[in-house]
Ligand binder design. Structure first.
Ligand code: F6R
Length: 603
C-alpha cells in the first residue's frame, strides 16, 4: 500500500524515478508525486504532485515540469490512509524551509502527538496536508534547527520516534544526502550492475528490475544513507553500521512485468494460468513431504491469509480433511490474535500470501513467533518480508502478478496446498498427477471460444445488482472467492454462501431473475448443491451452473473439466474471466479496482 521509489546516481533522476514508480502503481493509485534535487549547486527541489493514476501520465510531462539536471529524486504513488485524495495530501511532503522532502509508506500511529509537540508557543510549523507523513520532514527540520542535529542524525531520530509499520525516504536539498528507514514496511535497494554509485530504493524490486538484478534487502529497524555516491547501512536505534549482502535476482522474468499485447494485466494473468499451475507444482518433493509431515505432526496447524489468500486457506482446511484426514484450522490473519492462546512451540503456522508483505499476515506471524511456533510460508514474491521471517517457504512460481485482483497466484496457492494435503496422506505422486491433469485441462479450457461463451454470460449479468454464488465442500470457499472477484472487478454486490445455508436466511433475498452461480464438482456434494440450485430456481432465480456436466436446473451452463479434488482450481477460472468481461462492459478499470491496492501493508 503506497509505493516508494528513490534514485541516486548519474542518470536523469526524476525520469528514472517516475518510470520506476509506474511499476508500483498497483500499490496505490489515488495520486502520485516526485521531488527531484536540482543539480549545478541549486540546493533546491523541483516537485510535482498530481491526483489520479500515474499510468495516465507520460515522461514527457515530467521532462517539461522538471527540465533541469538532477541526479537524486524520490517519488510516491498513494493509497490514502490519513487525509483525502488531494494534491496537498499527495507525497512528497516537505518541511517549512522546503529543504527536506519525504515519501512514506505505512502508518504513523503517533503522528498526532508528534504534530502537537511541533506546534508550541516558541515554534510553529506550517502543515499543508492532513497526512501522518508530514510530521517526518517537520520533525527532522525541528531537530536540525532547534537541537543542532545534522540531517542524517535527525532523520534517524525521526525513524526511532515514529510508531507503526512503515518505511520512508528523506532527501535533503542542502547537503544532497538521502536517508531511508524500514520499520515494518518493505524497502529494497538495487545497485546498478556496472556502476556501484547508482542506487534505487523501492517498496518492491519490480520497480527497478529493468535497470538491475542486484539487490540488497533492508531488515526491520535498519536504515541507510547515501552521501556523495556512497551508501551506508546501519541499525536505526544504535546507528551501528550493518553489512549487507548483494543478492542476484533471476527468478523474475522481466517480460512478465509487461502486458505483452493484452489490454490489461488481469486478462493476461488469467491466461497465464495455462502454465502457472504446472509451474506451481514444480516443487522439491522432499521439501513438500517434510512440510506435510510437519503439518501432520504439529500440535495444531493454522493456515493464515487475507482476502483471496484467506479463501485459499479455507479451501486448504477442506483439502486436508478430505485427502489427508487431518484437521487443520484456517484463520483470517486479522483475527489470528484471538487464537494465540492455543499456540505452543509445537504449533505450525502456514502463511499464504501472494505478496509476502501483507501487514495482517505479518502480524499473525509475529504473534506465532512470540509463542515459538514454527512458520512456513507459501509466497509468490521471492525475497519478500514473509520469506525472510519464516522458518521455511515455498514460492508458488506464478511470476509477477500486477493486477490488483489476484488470479494466477490464487490457483498456484491452491495447487501447492493440494500437493501438501496429498503428501500428508502419503500420496504425493497421485496428487501431482491429478494437478498435472488439471493444469493441462486449464490449458485446453483457456481458448477464445470459452471466453466468447463467458462474454455472453457477462452481457446477461452486467446490469444485475446482486449475484449469489453457492458451493459445498471444497467449493464453498471458492464461492466466497468468486464473490470477491465480482465485487472488486465489477463493483457488483456479489455474495458467496455454503449451499446448505441459503434456506437459513439468504433465500429471502431471492426474487425473479436473481442470478445464482452454482459451483459443482463430481464429488459427494454434487446432488446436494444441485438440490440447493433447484431451491433457488423454484423462487425465480436464474441459475448459472459451473460444472463438468449440464443439468436441467441450469439456465446457463459453463463447462469445466472434471478435475476431482482439483475442482477449486478449475471452477474459479470461469468466474475470473466473467468478472473481467463484466468489468469491461461496465467501463471499470479491471487492473485497478476502486478503493483498493495490491500490497496491503497497513492493518
Ligand atoms: C483479491 C486479492 C486480495 C489479496 C489479499 C492478500 O483479489 O488479491 O484479497 O488476496 O489482499 O494479499 P496477499 O496474498 O498479497 O497477502
Amino acid at each position: 500500500m503506497c509505493g516508494i521509489i528513490a534514485y541516486s546516481g548519474k542518470g536523469d533522476a526524476a525520469i528514472l524515478a517516475f518510470e520506476s514508480l509506474k511499476k508500483l502503481e498497483y500499490r496505490g493509485y489515488d495520486s502520485w508525486g516526485v521531488a527531484a534535487l536540482l543539480a549545478n549547486g541549486k540546493k533546491a527541489f523541483s516537485v510535482i504532485k498530481k491526483v489520479g493514476k500515474i499510468g495516465a501520465t507520460n515522461s514527457e510531462f515530467v521532462k517539461q515540469a522538471i527540465p533541469e539536471q538532477n541526479h537524486m529524486a524520490i517519488a510516491h504513488t498513494r493509497w490514502a490512509t490519513h487525509g483525502g485524495v488531494t494534491e496537498q495530501n499527495a507525497h512528497p511532503h516537505l518541511d517549512c524551509r522546503l529543504t527536506i522532502a519525504v515519501v512514506h509508506n505505512g502508518i504513523i500511529e503517533n503522528y498526532q502527538g508528534i504534530r502537537n509537540s511541533l506546534n508550541t508557543p516558541g515554534e510553529a510549523h506550517e502543515f499543508k496536508s492532513q497526512t501522518d507523513t508530514e510530521v517526518i520532514p517537520h520533525y527532522i527540520e525541528h531537530l536540525m534547527q532547534k537541537e543542532g542535529c545534522d540531517f542524517l542524525t535527525a532523520a534517524r531520530k525521526a525513524a526511532i520516534l515514529i510508531k507503526g509499520r512503515s518505511a520512508f525516504v528523506a532527501l535533503n536539498s542542502e547537503t544532497g544526502q538521502m536517508f531511508a528507514a524500514r520499520k515494518g514496511a518493505p524497502l529494497i535497494v538495487g545497485i546498478h550492475e556496472n556502476n556501484s554509485e547508482e542506487f534505487f530504493i523501492a517498496s518492491d524490486l519490480t520497480a527497478f528490475l529493468d535497470h538491475t538484478n542486484k539487490v540488497m534487502y533492508l531488515d526491520d529497524n535498519e536504515g541507510l544513507s547515501i552521501s556523495n555516491g556512497k551508501i551506508d547501512f546501519f541499525d536505526i536505534e544504535t546507528g551501528a553500521p550493518k553489512q549487507k549482502r548483494v543478492v542476484d535476482i533471476h527468478w523474475h522474468g522481466k517480460a512478465n512485468l509487461e502486458k505483452e499485447g493484452y489490454d490489461h494485466f488481469l486478462i493476461k494473468e488469467i491466461m497465464e494460468q495455462k502454465y502457472t499451475i504446472a509451474a506451481a507444482i514444480n516443487q522439491d518433493d522432499e521439501k513438500i513431504q517434510d512440510v506435510a509431515d510437519a503439518i501432520k505432526g504439529a500440535f495444531g496447524t493454522f493456515l493464515v491469509g487475507c482476502g483471496t489468500a484467506g479463501k485459499v486457506c479455507m479451501t486448504g482446511e477442506y483439502l486436508f480433511s478430505k485427502i489427508a484426514k487431518k484437521h487443520v484450522n484456517s484463520v483470517v490473519a486479522s483475527e489470528f490474535s484471538g487464537y494465540q492462546h492455543y499456540l505452543t512451540p509445537k504449533t505450525l503456522v502456514v502463511a499464504v500470501s501472494q505478496s509476502g508483505e501483507t501487514a495482517d499476515v505479518l502480524e499473525a506471524i509475529e504473534i506465532a513467533k512470540s509463542k515459538s511456533a514454527k512458520i512456513v510460508s507459501l509466497l509468490n514474491v521471492f525475497g519478500s518480508t514473509m520469506m525472510r521471517v519464516s522458518d521455511d517457504f515455498f514460492i508458488t512460481n506464478a511470476g509477477a502478478e500486477r493486477a490488483v485482483v489476484s488470479t494466477k497466484a490464487t490457483t498456484a496457492q491452491l495447487a501447492v496446498l493440494s500437493l501438501l494435503a496429498y503428501a500428508a496422506a502419503g500420496r504425493l505422486q497421485e496428487g501431482k498427477l491429478l494437478l498435472m491433469n488439471a493444469a493441462s485441462s486449464v490449458n485446453d479450457m483457456l481458448n477464445p471460444r470459452y471466453e466468447e461463451h463467458l462474454k455472453r454470460l457477462a452481457l446477461i449479468l452486467q446490469d444485475k445488482k446482486d449475484i449469489f454464488i453457492i458451493g459445498r465442500g471444497l467449493n464453498y470457499p471458492i464461492a466466497l472467492e468468486a464473490a470477491i472477484k465480482l465485487q472488486e472487478t465489477c463493483n457488483i454486490h456479489a455474495q458467496g454462501f455454503a449451499g446448505g445455508e441459503l434456506k437459513h436466511g439468504p433465500l429471502a433475498l431471492v426474487g425473479p431473475d436473481t442470478p445464482c452461480i452454482v459451483l459443482v464438482a463430481n464429488d459427494d456434494a454434487k446432488q446436494d448443491i444441485l438440490n440447493n440450485a433447484s431451491e433457488v430456481k423454484a423462487r425465480g432465480g436464474f441459475i448459472i451452473g459451473i460444472s463438468p456436466e449440464n443439468d436441467e436446473v441450469f439456465d446457463f451452463w459453463v463447462k469445466v473439466p472434471d478435475a476431482g479434488n482439483a475442482s477449486p482450481i478449475v471452477n474459479i477460472i470461469p468466474v475470473q474471466i466473467l468478472a473481467y468481461n463484466i468489468a469491461l462492459l461496465l467501463g471499470r478499470d479491471p487492473d485497478y479496482p476502486r478503493n483498493l491496492a495490491k500490497s496491503v501493508t497497513v492493518k
